[in-house]
Design a protein around this ligand. Sequence first.
Ligand code: C5P
Length: 231
Amino acid sequence: MTNSNSCWAVVPAAGVGKRMQADRPKQYLPLLGQTVIEHTLQRLLGSGAFQAVSVAISVEDPYWPELPISQNPAVITAPGGKERADSVLSALKALEGKAHEDDWVLVHDAARPCITSGDIQRLIASLAQHPVGGILALSSHDTLKQVEGDQIVATINRQQIWRALTPQMFRYGMLRQALQNTEGNPAVTDEASALELLGFRPSIVEGRPDNIKITRPEDLELAAFYMEQQA
Ligand code: C5P
């Protein structure tokens, strides 16, 4: 394998975010004077790590064209898909002819606006020589229980359990192939799982706990708090 240093960002942003119970998808909710997705994209672009950012947007999305950042020459818009993995694959296809097979791609959720340049740079530096790639992840501080109904049936060894965050970093060609080969498989809930199903062993790189995913209404206030702390 050649050692390409070129990096591209892929941002799935075609979800509806039902758990937010808002009048619009969560990536368009206001956060410190901007929308969530503007923060996310500005942080990716501001890291200086990427040739371009390919963003998957629902074809029925009326909010995206209204944002000035959608016109940024370093931002490529691709049609979103039914599931997150479909959106990621679509955004990868939009890089065809630009990204080389062995270029790195960092996939990052639109709904994670607190990502820092430091975490992006550390992930890239840690995995630069890795044969497969890997992801930012967090260890668990709580004791973990396996349950059936409301009954505990086992205590899980937390040393072996990590929470998968984004960005997730893989080679362009390998990731595209993995997502194509696992298309429609409900077990593919992130990029790493597509590679795992094909027998690869991605690495983990410890990430920051403030890289939260906006999921529930109260997460917006928490994200604002973290962003102010980071500033
Ligand atoms: O719903 P969840 O928080 O897991 O979504 C993670 C990311 O994947 C979000 O940024 C969301 O917009 C994106 N997504 C997508 N296409 C889908 C579903 C989710 O791009 N069909």
